[in-house]
Design a protein around this ligand. Sequence first.
Ligand code: IMP
Ligand code: MG
Length: 338
Amino acid sequence: MLTIVVGGFFGDEGKGKVVSYLSLADRVKVGVRCGSVNAGHTVVMDGKIWKLRIVPSAFVNPTAKLLIAPGALVRLDVLMEELAATGCDGRLFLDPNTGVIEEIHVKREASDALLRGRIGSTLQGVGAAMSDRVLRRLRLAKDFKRLSGMLTDVPGVIHDAIKRGDNVLVEGTQGTYLSLYHGTYPYVTSRDTTASAFASEAGIGPKDVDEVIVVFKAYVTRVGGGPLEGELSADEVARRGWVERASVTGRLRRVAPFNLSLAKRAVMINSATQAAITRVDALDREAYGVREWLKLPASVRRWVEEVEDAIGVPVTIIGTGPEVRSVVDRRHDLGLLK
Ligand code: IMP
Ligand code: MG
């Protein structure tokens, strides 16, 4: 079975948490990371924290094979650092066609007034490398001797796994409204960030996708420029306990309450079959660490049910704290797991 996990707002919805949980709960055999190093996915297990920028969040499952999509872009320094930090050397593979960001791309973005200023880019060289890829001058993983022992046919491995009936988890990055096509252009990232784009990046046709899980957070955050409906003042954000910093750049995140119309549209654009909502413990502290639906505060359960009625897909995964297992998984109760 193949599942794509995608962000429903502006990134930082908790995809790292959802993907790491699913990789354990669903005994995932293959975890595929898409996107690039501008996206920080936070994974917390046994009190240890990883802020992953390229290694798939499924690394927490020691039996999972870890793949980097041909449509993704890596940076060698970031990759080597994270391989050491996660200890997953030997089970992580890149496609020969995976793009490589080089120093020149980082430099080009550092001197780009639009990206540094109005857009508030993370300046990781992703957009510059993407433009080189479009112009057919980007060097790919197969051009680097250092990577030669780590290359594999990523679409081939994914399709073999699907044929065997193994669970494959495709990890999207950023969020629907940072999409180059469907987001708040020009305040967007340099690629499409919807489910179809991640299928394409990984080399999967639409008919091979079984589930699309769109991830929302209990409130909306955004870093960098661009519109944010209902944006709260810094004081109000602090009062609600919703202060967050970006995991790649350390910038303060802008914050707004949950946005139902954005959520509905994200379900539509991604053809989501399920939704996940993280950080419900930020709405009611009594939800912290809860792992059973009926143990959630009634107000949280009511809100989740209102959201799922409005968006038209079940809210199956509910995040109640940073730890990988702090999750209410409703799939069994809702008859969605065989
Ligand atoms: P860039 O993709 O780094 O050029 O950044 C473009 C815009 O997307 C900026 O507003 C960034 O803050 C935002 N952005 C890029 N990647 C992420 C992410 O992973 N999470 C949240 N925002 C992101
Ligand atoms: Mg992030």
